[in-house]
Write a protein of this length. Structure first.
Ligand SMILES: Nc1ncnc2c1ncn2[C@@H]1O[C@H](COP(=O)(O)OP(=O)(O)O)[C@@H](O)[C@H]1O
Ligand SMILES: [Mg+2]
Length: 264
C-alpha cells in the first residue's frame, strides 16, 4: 500500500494560560488521521471543537505541542525554514473569510500573480497567461483582473483565494470552513468547484466544516471532532447515514439540507 499524502499522528495543540485565562486550553487532544492523494477527508465538529487548531497545526502556522504531521513522507514538525517554505507549496490553505484572506489594495491580477512572483516562477512573457489560466480554473471572468477585493462579491473573493492557492500547484488543499462566510446562494457553486478541481487536478482535500449534511456531498471520508478528540470516523455515507455516536447524530439533526449540490 502506498503511504498517505498527509499522515497526522497523535496531534496535540494546547494554548497556554494567558491573561485572564488561568488554565491552558487543550484544543486538540491526540488526534490521528490520514488523507490519501486525490481524497477528501472532512473534519466536522461544532464551533470550538478544535477544527481550526488542527488546520493551523497541519499547515505549520502553529507548531503543535505534540504528535507528528507527515506530508509526502516528510515530517513537518521538525523541518526548519527555508525547507518548510518549499514544502508548503504542496499544501495550501483556503480560509473562511474571503475578504480577510486578500490584501485590500491588491488587484485580482496582483493577488493571483503574487505566489508566482514570491516563488520566483514569474516570467513577464508567460506570467499573465498563467494568471488567466488560474482564473479560468476557478471560473472567474477575466474582466475582474483589475478589480480590488471590495469590488468583488464574497464568492468571487473566495475564488480569487482558491486561484492563489492553486498557483503553487499544491497536492493538498486545507479548507477551513471555506463556504461558511458566503451567501447561501453562492455556496453550492464554490462547493461544486472544489469537487471539480479535485477531479480535474487530482487534489487531496482536508475539508473542515461544521455542517455534516454538506459533507456527505463533498467528502469520501469523515472524521467527527468533539472537544479536541475524534469520536467517529469512516466513509462519508456511512457516517452520515448510520452514525454510531450520539454527538454525530446531534450534528446531523441540527443542520439544514443543502440543495443544488453535485452528489459524489
Ligand atoms: N489563539 C487561541 N488562544 C487560546 N485559545 C484558543 C485559541 N484559538 C482557539 N482556542 C480555543 O481552542 C478551542 C478550539 O478552537 P478552534 O480550533 O478555533 O475550534 P473550531 O475551529 O472547531 O471552532 C476552543 O476552546 C478555543 O476557544
Ligand atoms: Mg474554526
Amino acid at each position: 500500500m502506498t503511504a498517505p499524502l498527509l499522515e497526522v499522528r497523535d496531534l496535540v495543540v494546547r494554548y497556554p494560560a494567558r491573561g485572564r485565562r488561568t488554565s491552558p486550553v487543550l484544543a486538540v487532544d491526540r488526534i490521528s488521521f490520514t488523507v490519501a492523494a486525490g481524497e477528501t477527508l472532512a473534519l466536522v465538529g461544532e464551533s470550538g471543537s478544535g477544527k481550526s487548531s488542527t488546520a493551523a497545526a497541519v499547515l505549520m502556522l502553529r507548531k503543535p505541542e505534540g504528535g507528528s504531521v507527515r506530508f509526502g513522507g516528510r515530517e513537518l514538525t521538525t523541518v526548519e525554514e527555508p525547507e518548510l517554505r518549499t514544502l508548503r507549496r504542496g499544501f495550501q490553505p483556503v480560509f473562511q473569510d474571503p475578504y480577510g484572506s486578500l490584501s485590500p489594495r491588491k488587484t485580482v491580477f496582483d493577488a493571483v500573480a503574487e505566489p508566482l512572483r514570491v516563488q520566483c516562477r514569474w516570467d513577464s512573457a508567460t506570467g499573465p497567461a498563467r494568471v488567466a489560466e488560474l482564473l479560468d480554473l476557478v471560473h472567474l471572468d477575466r474582466s475582474v483582473v483589475r478589480r480590488l477585493p471590495h469590488e468583488l462579491s464574497g464568492g468571487q473573493c473566495q475564488r480569487v483565494g482558491i486561484a492563489r492557492a492553486l498557483a503553487s500547484e499544491p497536492r493538498l488543499l486545507v479548507l477551513d470552513e471555506p463556504v461558511s462566510a458566503l451567501d447561501p446562494s453562492v455556496r453550492a457553486g464554490v462547493i461544486n468547484l472544489f469537487t471539480e478541481l479535485q477531479d480535474s487536478l487530482g487534489l487531496a482535500q482536508l475539508f473542515i466544516c461544521h455542517d455534516l449534511a454538506l459533507v456527505r456531498h463533498v467528502a469520501h471520508r469523515v472524521a467527527v471532532l468533539h472537544r479536541g478528540r475524534i469520536v467517529e470516523s469512516g466513509p462519508a455515507r456511512q457516517v452520515c447515514d448510520a452514525p454510531t455516536h450520539d454527538y454525530t447524530r446531534e450534528l446531523l439533526s441540527s443542520v439544514p439540507d443543502p440543495d443544488r449540490l453535485t452528489a459524489r
